[in-house]
Structures are given as structure tokens and as C-alpha cells.
Design a protein. Sequence first.
Length: 217
Amino acid sequence: MKTIVLNASPRKTWNTAKLLKSAAEGARSTGAEVEYIDLYDLNFTGCRGCMLCKRKGVGRCHCYWKDDLSPIIDKIFSADALLIGTCIYLGRPASRYFALIERLHFSSLSYDDYSNYFTGKVNVGLFVSMNATKEFYDDLYKEKFEEYAKELEMLNGEVCLYPCYDTLQVSDYSKFNMGSFDESIKTSIHEQNFPRDLENAYKAGQKLSQQAPVWEK
């Protein structure tokens, strides 16, 4: 089994990264070969519309633009599981996430009949970390992010969406102009909930890498 782990957050050591690293350990516990990649370390853009992936006589499910993302797309299409995480910025995934999804989708999309060229199966775990509370997420974000998760069904595998709520943005709020937040409340919630989130991320990595019993939040 091959599991690709992609951090689409610009922060390499914070909430999203911690969730993904725990999920990666869960995948490794099954014997899967795991590769962890920080997307913000790579040089790439969204789809350039070059249309090379639509040329007659070329291979499908491959992005022909020569930058750092094209090999990652190849890795995704050849993997058994994809674990990808993003923070929420302004109610949406981070920009690196969107750039990846544009390229991934377009390289496998038929312009003959809008079918999917990809015939393999990749299980997907989408981890989303946010400052918002669960109530805020349920009211304003949930439907939108379930649609983002549904887009990943183009990989033909199981797709699990794992939202992680009310995370800490910084380790010391007193150093920033962030008066809207009560650090003591944020810290208390984080200490109560985040260990469970890490445990469930671990189980998700196991589940998606070997079809283990269903995990629940």
C-alpha cells in the first residue's frame, strides 16, 4: 500500500500538520509506504489551461506542465490512499489546495463526454482545521466543505471528511492584536479536544490505508 500525505497549509508544525502527521503514523502502522509533502515548499500554480492533457495521442491522468506539482499528481494517481489537510482561510481551503485540485481534476477530465479518465481507486482523507467552533462550522461551512470532499470522489475511493474545530492560532495570544479571542478559553478547548482529534486522525490513516473498521468522531 502506498499513502501520500499532502499538507496544503502554509504552517508546517501547527494544527493541520499535526493532524496529518498523526494520520501518517496510522498509515505506517498498517505497513503502508508513506510519503509526506508540504505543498508550500513546492513551486507551482493552478491549471495553466495549456490543454496538453487533452491532446490526441498523449497519456491521460498526467499533467504535462513542467513544475513541482506534476510529479505529485502522478504520485496521487498511483497511490492507494491520499491524506490531505488544509486550514480554513476566509471560509475556504488555503490557495495551495485549490491549485492542486484544479490540476488533478483537469488532467483526468475527458472533454469528449466529461467522463473521468481515471479508473484506479484512491481512498481519501480530507482534514480541515479551523478557528471556528463546531456550531459555526455546521451553520456556515459544513455544506461547502462536504462539496469539496465530494470533488475527491473522482479518485473512485472512499472519501472521509474530518473537520477539526476551534484550534489554537498561536501559542501566545498576548503577542498579537487578537482581542476577539479569550486565550484561556481557546487553550482549554484545545487541551480537551485536540488529543482526541489526533487519535482519530491516526485511526483515519489506518482505515484509509487498509480498510480498517470505521472510525467515528
